[in-house]
Design a protein around this ligand. Structure first.
Ligand SMILES: [Mn+2]
Length: 684
């Protein structure tokens, strides 16, 4: 939550900064370097967006120089974080000195921000800054003499590449967890520090037990010691908060606030802290550009129970543009981030009972409320379930977004097929760029909803693969390409996986693809009584693979936001027990797969919306099913039609007929011809 101004001098050419300052009104020129640096820490790129937060009220002529300075600064800002292993010895020594000065013998360095977000801003990239590790999950433990880094199976090779293992012993996050390492490494009397902003109550439980068993103490530290030695630490991101219009949201934020405030009061609660930025975005109908892929404006809110409801929003006021202020209206007050603590103190002093999100709320929030005399009650974020159940406007928006997205993917697939047939040499990185370019042709494209996974041959078997210049494989005949991607549009978020045959697929490729397809079709066509949870349906997607002695090691489906996060709860389809009943309006993914390590990967993914089905004659229960939203053909070359039942063939043909009908008005020429061939009926 530090808002200290970083040293901005090396980020900007002094003359350019002075020239820009001279051209701005005096109030806009104030703290100009800081605002430019903060904007560089976000993801906004459009000149009007940048001007709105850096120099509101400045003449439009200032937009070009502002944009130029921000975009040039972005790379310089991130360079020290990417400095990697060669910088880590000095940084580790600095950190150990800072720990000693605080009477700590160790410190936990998670890959997390104050919101436990999937994508975190540069200011929270402490693990990367300290160790050089660039993966998406991990934790380091620094002790006075030893240090270790813990990563999961995705990163066991990468961590040895990026991290100096003489400084940080690499370990497997699941098989050799930090708690076990700490139990052996800590001595009685040791004081292991942690930043309570970066951990949840549940997340710290195993470590807490290990520390206690070793006779050591776990100490919540005020002010992260890394920040004290990270001299060029980027500021918190500054991007404009943008109203998400009712035309897309389907419900005014005032109505959402009133609905949730009544719900809290009915539960006997006085308030809830909204700490997850996607909860904030849904509740207030706002979006932002603070982090990649998820259209979020980072901040916290207190939702007060009862009456019409009132929200106190804690965020950098510079983010709240004139348009956002007008949109938020008088039911929402905007306060500085530093005011959150005193607001929680006041709630605590009044003896308030305050809901915190069990999954994501920082321990700091618990501590602050309880220390002031209040009661912090961990539970479900009150925004989570209402957000998961999309209203009819959001479902209609998702349908429209999927038509647009499907047309872009078909154009991409047709060009890919044609170019490969003509002998073009393309690699995974080319695929990622071409797909993004195809989507970007539409004015409503707002960027990817996650980093595209394009895995050719053996790379397809790496479930969370991201192509890099070092790993990018050329698309070779006789192999498969697994392509998992998604887009953000103002009316909906997409997430689709198709597995493509390059050249002629092998009998094994077709066999495994067909098994995955059978499970995918079975789940998509499921009928189930109201009250059924996703984990009760999971077996439908796996049964054909299980019959063949096969399986996959990931969930079958996750919730998806409406122009929000592509991974959303609380419902999910998974082997893991989940008691959240599927309700009409929920959007989930349907994505079984099969992976052969070192050879290829297969995944087929559609987004599906839960719908109420008309009761069949004699029905005794309310029945639910799914509407498939994604509109992209399956690869007919990979379907072994002999292995499909007549009912499965009918499902494929009906789906392809729907895809053709929905997309053909948006296509012409070679792309339309390709679509007709790709959706031609299959027969046994
Ligand atoms: Mn997905």
């Amino acid at each position: 939550m530090s808002t200290a101004e970083p040293a901005t001098a090396p980020l900007f050419d002094g003359d350019a900064l002075a020239e820009l300052a001279a051209s701005l009104p005096p109030q806009a020129a104030e703290r100009l370097g800081f605002r430019l640096a903060a904007a560089a820490a976000g993801t906004a790129e459009r000149p009007t967006d940048l001007l709105a937060v850096i120099a509101p009220g400045a003449p439009p002529a200032a937009a070009a120089p502002v944009t130029g300075l921000v975009l040039a600064a972005r790379q310089k800002l991130l360079a020290p974080i990417a400095a990697g292993r060669q910088a880590s010895a000095a940084r580790l020594a600095d950190l150990r000195a800072a720990l000693a000065a605080r009477n700590l013998t160790g410190f936990l360095v998670p890959l997390a921000d104050e919101h436990q977000g999937e994508y975190i801003p540069p200011a929270a990239q402490r693990l990367a800054w300290l160790t050089g590790f660039g993966g998406s999950a991990g934790l380091a433990v620094v002790l006075a003499e030893r240090a270790a880094i813990f990563v999961d199976g995705r990163y066991t090779l990468q961590v040895r590449d990026q991290v100096d293992t003489a400084l940080f012993e690499p370990h497997h996050l699941i098989d050799a967890p930090p708690s076990r390492w700490l139990a052996a490494a800590l001595k009685p009397g040791d004081r292991l520090g942690f930043d309570p902003w970066l951990h949840t109550q549940g997340g710290l439980a195993a470590i807490e037990r290990a520390v206690q068993a070793a006779g050591a103490a776990l100490v919540a530290v005020a002010g992260n010691p890394i920040d004290a030695v990270w001299r060029d630490r980027p500021p918190a991101p500054l991007s404009p908060m943008q109203p998400h219009p009712v035309a897309q949201a389907g419900e005014p934020h005032e109505a959402k606030i009133a609905r949730l405030a009544a719900g809290l009061a009915a539960e006997g609660l006085d308030a809830a802290v909204i700490s997850a930025p996607d909860g904030l975005a849904w509740l207030l109908n706002v979006r932002g550009l603070d982090v990649p892929n998820n259209p979020l404006s980072l901040g916290f809110a207190i939702l007060e129970a009862g009456g019409e409801g009132r929200v106190r929003l804690f965020t950098d006021p510079a983010k709240v543009t004139v348009a956002a202020h007008r949109h938020l209206g008088n039911r929402v007050s905007v306060e500085a981030p530093a005011d959150l603590g005193p607001a929680l103190d006041a709630l605590g002093a009044a003896g308030a009972r305050v809901r915190l999100d069990q999954a994501t709320a920082a321990l700091w929030l618990h501590h602050r409320i309880e220390a002031a005399g209040g009661t912090a009650l961990a539970g479900l974020d009150p925004c989570a379930l209402p957000r998961a159940v999309k209203n009819p406007v959001e479902i209609a928006g998702s349908r429209a977004a999927h038509v647009r997205d499907g047309a872009a993917i078909v154009r991409f697939l047709q060009a890919l097929d044609a170019d490969l047939a003509a002998g073009a040499v393309l690699d995974e990185i080319d695929v990622v760029a071409r797909l993004q370019a195809a989507r970007a042709q539409h004015a409503w494209f707002r960027g990817p909803s996650f980093d595209t996974i394009a895995g050719a041959g053996p790379n397809g078997a790496i479930v969370h693969y991201r192509a890099t210049p070092e790993t990018s494989r050329v698309l070779a005949a006789g192999t498969l390409l697994l392509l998992d991607s998604g887009a953000q549009y103002p009316d909906g978020t997409t997430d689709v996986t198709r597995t493509l045959a390059l050249g002629t697929p092998s009998p094994e490729h077709r066999d495994r693809y067909t098994l995955v397809l059978k499970g995918h079709l079975a789940l998509g066509a499921a009928r189930f009584p109201a009250g059924t949870s996703g984990s009760q349906l999971d077996v439908l997607a796996r049964a054909p693979l299980w019959q063949a002695g096969l399986d996959y090691d990931h969930g079958t489906g996750h919730g998806v936001g409406s122009f929000l996060c592509v991974h959303e709860g609380p419902q999910r389809i998974s082997k893991m027990p989940n008691t959240v009943a599927l309700q009409p309006g929920m959007i989930v993914s349907n994505e079984p797969g099969y992976y052969k390590t070192g050879a290829y990967g297969i995944r087929i993914e559609n987004l599906i919306a839960v719908t109420a089905l008309p009761a069949p004659a004699g029905a005794e229960r309310d029945m639910l099913g799914f509407e498939t939203l994604t509109l992209v053909p399956y690869d007919r070359r990979l379907i072994d039609t002999h292995r499909l039942s007549a009912a499965e063939i009918a499902l494929v043909n009906a789906y392809h007929a729907r895809v053709l009908g929905a997309l053909s008005p948006l296509l012409d020429g070679a792309a339309l011809d390709w679509l007709k061939a790709a959706t031609a009926p299959i027969s046994p």
